[in-house]
Design a protein around this ligand. Structure first.
Ligand code: SAH
Ligand code: SF4
Ligand code: F3S
Length: 490
């Protein structure tokens, strides 16, 4: 998966993913349909919501029409992302009316960042919504649902993140896990940086790190359930500073070192990082840890010092160049990725040219780019010299052409290489599987389904526009065959 779910149509991705939880078999249980928008943290949260609802008698479904409960886990990052929620609620209303004809009810919940940002405004605008629940309150879902069932319109947007983390992991422990080979694990949530374009500090609240112990036990459970690759998540994941049992504070580098000792976790990744929080220990971890994959998503947003300052990013373009040099010294093969915003207020042609220049100098393996979107309540929204839409569109097209060319060049350098590929799922065609290269590129190859969950040595034989094509070269000498998936967790 090279595409991050949070990108919108301005890049090449899809923001929507459906319930990834496997529907349980049979029974008269109620069904929950969860649709996830936005970033990986929402993907992780959606899974936890399904976990929490399991003991309440809910099983996951991928069919909206069958759902007794629908949850939209929403994203507020750009206007388009937020508006999608309301068009989806319109569609759900029709399904709900259809179900009502055969005497079946359907409850509707809105979770995620739109829920946090808009609160009760949502049920005013869309009366079919029974429940609005912000990202810090998912552990309370069962109680909130009971309230909503009694006819009350429920809105819960309190910030109490410690409680969320504690309860969700406790719940998850009671579940029987059988997990896909690659999984997300939230280690940090929230943001104190207040970039002037961004809603995240308002929707996710202040920065909070989970304790080392909680993370290790979740990672161990994942490994025992067949997970081979863990991506640590945080809005500012490299600002991680979690408490260990001895009271000391661990940074992300130290956490990664400890996670690399867990048997079965062959691959570690983390996202999203802020340039200001890349400390020496984390950079050294890229040199020292074989399981830390050579890929780094390090958004810079702009290459203009004037715009960086106005965005409150609190570093210069030269700081970024120096940082990239240090990272490449530690890990010469690393694939760099970034996020860019075009058309931030007062961005001139000259400023935009600075961004293009930065991209040329750094050389990215991939990147995500967006037109600046004015978000209510953020300082950028009321700044002067907003950039006209057509200028934003032209700049975005130019920037994306450059990034696509870089991505193509980067992909082409993989031709003929042999690399480890983690086989994750069935491919589009019969007999095909899709996996991931160390540099996060999707790799398609012919292989039996039994190899899902294994890491194979693969020769890259062809380069496609969005993925690489490979052939398994020597199963004996590559990493071991799929480990058996153990069932229940302590
Ligand atoms: N914490 C991360 C970013 C999280 S939001 C960081 O600091 O880099 C993901 C991306 O969405 C951002 O990197 C930015 O490129 C984009 N984004 C955020 N707010 C935006 C806005 N108002 N308009 C356009 N893009 C935005
Ligand atoms: Fe948003 Fe900036 Fe925080 Fe990233 S660091 S989440 S862009 S405020
Ligand atoms: Fe969107 Fe919230 Fe993630 S605004 S990008 S879902 S943190």
């Amino acid at each position: 998966m090279t595409s991050r779910p949070e990108q919108d149509q301005e890049t090449n991705g899809n923001t929507v993913s459906e319930n990834s939880a496997r529907p349980a078999a049979g029974g008269n249980t109620r069904k929950v349909f969860v649709r996830t928008y936005g970033c990986q943290m929402n993907v992780y949260d959606s899974e936890r919501m399904t976990d929490v609802l399991g003991p309440e008698g809910f099983e996951a479904t991928n069919t909206l029409e069958d759902a007794d409960l629908v949850i939209l886990n929403t994203c507020h990052i750009r206007e388009k992302a937020a508006e999608k929620v309301y068009s989806e609620l319109g569609r759900i209303r029709k399904v709900k009316e259809e179900r009502a004809k055969s005497g079946k009810d359907m409850m509707v919940g809105v979770a995620g960042c739109v829920a946090q940002a808009e609160g009760e405004e949502i049920s005013r605008r869309a009366p079919i919504v029974d429940l609005v629940v912000g990202p810090q309150s998912y552990h309370q879902l069962p109680g909130l649902l009971d309230k909503a069932r009694s006819g009350e319109k429920v809105v819960e947007t309190e910030f109490d993140i410690d409680a969320k983390f504690g309860h969700l992991s406790e719940r998850a422990q009671t579940q029987v896990l059988k997990r896909a080979p690659s999984a997300f694990l939230t280690v940090q949530e929230g943001c104190d940086k207040f970039c002037t374009f961004c809603v995240v500090p308002y929707t996710r609240g202040a920065e909070v790190s989970r304790s080392v112990e909680q993370i290790l036990s979740e990672a161990e459970r994942m490994a025992a359930a067949g997970v081979r690759e863990v991506t640590l998540l945080g809005q500012n994941v490299n600002a991680y500073h979690g408490e260990a049992t001895d009271g000391s504070s661990w940074g992300l580098g130290r956490l990664l070192r400890r996670l690399s000792e867990i048997d079965g976790l062959d691959r570690l990744r983390y996202t999203t990082s802020h340039p200001r929080d890349m400390d020496d220990d984390l950079i050294d971890a890229h040199r020292d840890l074989k399981s830390l994959m050579p890929y780094l998503h390090l958004p810079v947003q702009s290459g203009s010092d004037k715009i960086l300052k106005a965005m409150n990013r609190r570093h210069t373009r030269d700081d970024y160049f120096r940082l990239i040099d240090r990272i490449r010294d530690a890990s010469p093969e690393i694939a760099l990725s970034g996020d860019f915003i075009v058309g931030f207020p007062d961005e001139t042609d000259r400023d935009f040219e600075d961004t293009m220049d930065l991209i040329r100098r750094v050389g990215y393996g991939s990147a995500f780019s967006f037109k600046y979107s004015q978000r209510p309540g953020t300082p950028g929204a009321t700044m002067e010299n907003q950039v006209p839409e057509e200028v934003k569109s032209a700049r975005l097209a130019e920037l994306q052409a450059l990034v696509s060319a870089q991505q193509k060049t980067f992909n082409e350098t993989r031709l003929g290489m042999v690399c480890d590929v983690l086989l994750e799922k069935k491919g589009r065609n019969e007999g095909q599987l899709v996996g991931k290269s160390p540099w996060l590129q999707p790799v398609q190859l012919d292989a039996p389904e039994a190899l899902i969950g294994s890491i194979q040595a693969v020769e890259i034989v062809k380069i496609g526009s969005n993925s690489l094509f490979g052939q398994i070269i020597d199963r004996q000498n590559s990493h071991e065959n799929p480990r058996p998936v153990t069932a229940a967790m302590a």
